[in-house]
Design a protein around this ligand. Structure first.
Ligand code: NAI
Ligand code: MG
Length: 493
């Protein structure tokens, strides 16, 4: 696939038990720059033996190691120091993230800032995990204690590489869990870079282990491992289903964030300029490689022709380019596999609907996985391009007649991660908010995401919530403690 300059590629190691680690097999695989298709790094190709080592380290760190003994205050301090280190290295991390994933540098900078904010948020939350006193009727003290779930196996995707690592690691560490994190095989570099700072910020060996490898050979054994108590996964619905089945064998706790086909709904009374902007931003940000992408654009028939025209005109101005150029608004897709998937949906779309703009490879680029921002219109909501997650810059515009029609189309999807409604009629917007079957609903905006607010899906978009206090809940068990205050024998026999 790549004909890259291997000589310049840097070799990275994994992080297992506080030490740099090669894979047990000695094998590595190539990591690419998707804008040039050149090899920029080699990383260890982990298999079940490496997973075993990493899980053993995490288990020991949890049960008898220093992380298992740390106070909540100390855990918070470690997370703050990690955040500080990330802020100090933000430009270097953003550049690496942009190079490895293809996302525009300006977006990568926002991501890295959010990474640090996420560690800060959970650094603060570490000392706010509290139990309860339960009002039982007997002469007793009944308590509920909150305890860490144990070893967390965390499998993440390539669209927001370090941010997804932060969403997983920060709440787990704040809760007192230890972690084995597997970044996506396409984008492991920023997580490995961050691992270099674990020791200096006070993360003891084994608290966070990072293994690099492929889904079937490194991800699957992590999910199967009996000493992993919880699996947190973000990725495709297909893999999410496999993980859920596999986790059944060891009754693991599971949280799944599986993307979607989110409706972005425009009523005729919406602010027109803001609406056009919101439609494009909702579906094209990060090359459309966004789990909550507003990839179904529902437009009220009264404004529909004008809307499609205006969107198309404005989409012509989207600047594709090398990810590291500051003017770039859209970089290449992350990988050849993703490029092939997205171009095949572009081809399918031409059969299923009408094409307004785009529809293929971005021909200005000789190398790199660039595709054109693509808008299909007159799309039937039953068409595959309206039902299946494409995960690229491909919009399906669907007309609707009225409010019930919009709601019916919006909810007619196996997914339910997100939705957005654009209207200046507060009654209509709020009726929609209540009736939409989605875990995140925006009004007159789409995509802003905050660590303070819950994130996760309805229906086949998965279950469990990340971020905010909800995020830490997923890493906690509840222990009931009953303390008898009555000094008499029970007296039953
Ligand atoms: P994927 O779901 O295969 O990969 C995500 C992560 O899961 C990676 O770390 C991968 O190594 C791991 N994985 C893969 N197979 C596994 C297995 N059998 N056991 C354990 N872990 C496994 O996603 P992929 O193939 O990169 O992308 C395919 C499609 O998935 C995209 O086109 C998009 O529709 C969707 N996707 C959704 C994401 C989201 O944010 N919800 C993120 C990435 C992809
Ligand atoms: Mg896959």
């Amino acid at each position: 696939m790549a004909t890259g300059v291997k000589t310049e590629a840097r070799t990275y190691q994994m992080m297992i038990n506080g030490e740099q680690a090669a894979s047990a097999s000695g094998k590595t695989f190539d990591v690419l720059d998707p804008s040039t298709e050149e090899v920029i790094a080699q990383v260890p190709d982990a298999n079940a033996t490496d997973v075993e080592r990493a899980v053993a380290a995490a288990k020991a760190a949890f049960e008898s190691g220093p992380w298992g003994q740390t106070t909540a205050q100390d855990r918070g301090r470690v997370l703050f120091r990690l955040a500080e280190r990330i802020r100090k290295e933000a430009s270097k991390l953003a550049e690496l993230e942009s190079r490895n994933s293809g996302k525009p540098i300006v977006e990568a900078e926002f991501d890295i800032n959010d990474v640090a904010t996420c560690f800060e948020y959970y650094g603060g939350l570490a000392t706010k995990v509290m139990g309860h006193v339960n009002p039982v009727p007997d002469n007793a003290l009944s308590l509920s204690l909150r305890e860490p779930v144990g070893v967390a196996g965390q499998i993440i995707p390539w669209n927001y590489p370090l941010l997804m690592a932060a969403w997983k690691l920060a709440p787990a560490l704040a809760a007192g869990c230890t972690c084995v994190l597997k970044p996506a095989e396409q984008t492991p570099l920023t997580a490995l870079e961050m691992a270099n700072w674990f020791e200096e910020v006070g993360l003891p060996p084994g608290a966070v282990n990072i293994i690099t490898g492929f889904g079937e050979t490194a991800g699957a054994p992590l999910v199967q491992h009996p000493d992993v108590n919880k699996v947190a996964f973000t990725g495709s619905a297909a893999v999410g289903k496999m993980i859920l089945k596999s986790a059944a064998d060891t009754i693991k706790r599971v949280t799944l964030e599986l993307g979607g086909k989110s409706p972005n709904i425009f009523f005729a009374d919406a602010d027109f300029e803001a609406a056009i902007d919101g439609a494009l931003f909702g579906v094209f940000i990060n090359q459309g490689e966004v789990c909550s992408a507003g990839s179904r654009i529902l437009v009220e028939r009264k404004i529909y022709p004008k809307f499609v025209d205006a969107m198309t005109e404005k989409a012509k101005r989207i600047r594709l380019g090398p990810p590291l150029e500051r003017e770039t608004k859209m970089g290449p897709l992350v990988s050849k596999e993703q490029y092939e998937r997205v171009t095949s949906y572009q081809d399918l779309g031409k059969k299923e609907a009408k094409l307004a703009i785009g529809g293929g490879r971005a021909k200005a680029f000789k190398k790199g996985f660039y595709v054109e921002p693509t808008i299909f219109y007159d799309v039937d909501n039953r068409a595959r391009i309206a039902r299946e997650e494409i995960f690229g810059p491909v919009a399906a515009v669907i007309p609707f007649d009225n409010e019930p029609d919009a709601l019916r189309i919006a909810n007619d999807s196996p997914y339910g991660l997100a939705a957005a409604v654009w209207s200046r009629d507060i009654y209509k917007a709020l009726r929609m908010v209540k009736a939409l079957r989605a875990g995140v609903v925006w009004v007159n905006h789409m995509q802003p995401t905050y660590v303070e607010a819950p994130w996760g899906g309805y229906k086949q978009s998965g279950f469990g919530r990340e971020l905010g206090p909800w995020g830490i809940e997923e890493y906690l068990e509840t222990k009931q403690v009953h303390i008898n205050l009555n000094e008499q024998p029970i007296g039953w026999y």
